[in-house]
Design a protein. Structure first.
Length: 271
């Protein structure tokens, strides 16, 4: 017998989570999703390992450019302090690259794990969720590499050089490979996850935890917080870098507000 329209709508309003699962079944589901996400991470990391030298050269390019402008003729070097440092740092670099390449798989597994608690009509957003979350994450990584990192590095390098007119102290920098890789990878991942803010707020709105009106009222505090984060991430007297970072965070927040209005309108018929 064909399913009527009313029965289809009713089925869309029933969460799959109404089917009871034991704690062991939930743990088994979680383990399966984690294993698949890890396999995606390993696959991406393997690709990055093959191109590890090119990846390191690409990540050092912004700093090298700034260094050459500040100290022309002085080569930029990354030191290693232990026999295994190069291997460990290349592995770290490959893992971070694996996160970027495997982001679609990781986000899909995350959605697949939480989907049993959603309504059937909400599960239709799985492909947009994966595309949107991956795009936001990679946009954050790109923003960190092309905007935040060059601005902050330029300020850090500007502090080096001769201190005092004559006979002063000469400040120089010889960073280790570990220090540089730690700094750049943490910044890339941090901005990648910060750019997931619209998606996080969209989930809160979808669950009914926050409303668009609450987000609008909180916007003044979000703007102040964005400027505080911008000042911390891009230190120094140069205002353009702070405005770039703060502006990006503000745009992300109001994008979240817009998404919450869309979600609220879609929830109204079912309330």
């Amino acid at each position: 017998m064909a399913e009527s329209a009313e029965e289809g709508e009713l089925r869309d309003e029933i969460p799959e989570a109404d089917i009871k699962m034991t704690i062991w079944e939930h743990l088994g589901e979680l383990r399966g999703r984690v294993v698949r996400a890890v396999l995606g991470l390993i696959a991406g990391s393997t690709v990055c390992w093959v191109f590890k030298e090119r990846l390191l050269a690409w990540l050092t390019k912004p700093y090298q450019t700034i260094w050459a402008e500040r100290f022309p003729g002085v080569p930029f070097e990354l030191q290693t302090l232990g026999p295994a440092d190069v291997l460990v740092n290349y592995m770290q670099l490959s893992l971070v690259g694996g996160v970027c390449i495997g982001a679609p798989i990781i986000f899909y597994q995350l959605w697949a794990f939480v989907s049993p608690g959603l309504y059937a009509r909400e599960k239709r957003y799985i492909i947009p969720f994966v595309l949107f979350s991956t795009t936001l994450f990679l946009s954050g990584v790109a923003f960190a590499y092309y905007v935040a990192f060059p601005f902050s590095s330029a300020y850090f390098v500007s502090l080096l050089g001769q201190v005092g007119d004559t006979g002063g102290v000469m400040l120089t920098s010889r960073p280790t490979m570990e220090q540089y890789v730690d700094f750049i990878t943490r910044m890339l991942l941090a901005f990648g996850f910060v750019f997931e803010l619209p998606l996080f707020i969209a989930f809160l709105a979808l669950a009914g935890i926050v409303t668009p009106q609450q987000l609008v009222k909180f916007s003044r505090y979000a703007i102040v917080g964005a400027f505080v984060v911008g000042a911390v991430v891009t230190p120094g007297p140069e205002v353009t870098s702070q405005l770039a970072v703060s502006g990006a965070l503000i745009v992300l927040y109001f994008l979240s507000v817009g998404l919450s209005f869309v979600i609220a309108k879609k929830r109204e018929p079912s309330l």
